[in-house]
Design a protein. Structure first.
Length: 130
């Protein structure tokens, strides 16, 4: 009986830990966005900087933020941003879009990239939180 109880507790703990590891945390993503703030803006009143503003990124075609001068590589990449594409891109931008103007080493940690996406995806095209 004692072994069964310990086994059950182990399964519950493992399941909880695994689901927590998979969860996206927009608050942690806001912290991760600090790495992006020098070049990008998001939220109400966001403007293009060295890089484009990132409002409404989920579902937006690459190279289409109004008023930003994109590289041909970015404009012609055929990418429509979603979580999977963004997470792959942010790990190594130059590998995903060779010729991009983005000069950033990338965010290699998957959980940090997922959290960053959770933060960015919460803003609609007008910068309002969904």
């Amino acid at each position: 009986m004692k072994n069964l109880t310990l086994s059950t507790l182990f399964v519950i703990a493992a399941t909880t830990a695994a689901s927590g590891a998979l969860a996206q945390d927009a608050d942690a993503g806001k912290t991760a966005f600090n790495k992006c703030k020098a070049c990008h803006d998001v939220g109400e009143g966001a403007k293009n900087k060295v890089g484009p503003e990132l409002n409404g990124l989920d579902g937006r075609k690459s190279g289409t933020a109004a008023g930003y001068s994109y590289s041909d590589a970015n404009k012609n990449s055929g990418i429509t941003w979603d979580k999977a594409t963004f997470v792959e891109y942010i790990k190594d931008p130059k590998a995903k879009i060779p010729g991009t103007k983005m000069v950033f080493a990338g965010i290699k940690k998957e959980d940090e990239a997922n959290n960053l996406w959770a933060y960015l995806a919460k803003f609609d095209k007008d910068g309002k939180a969904k």
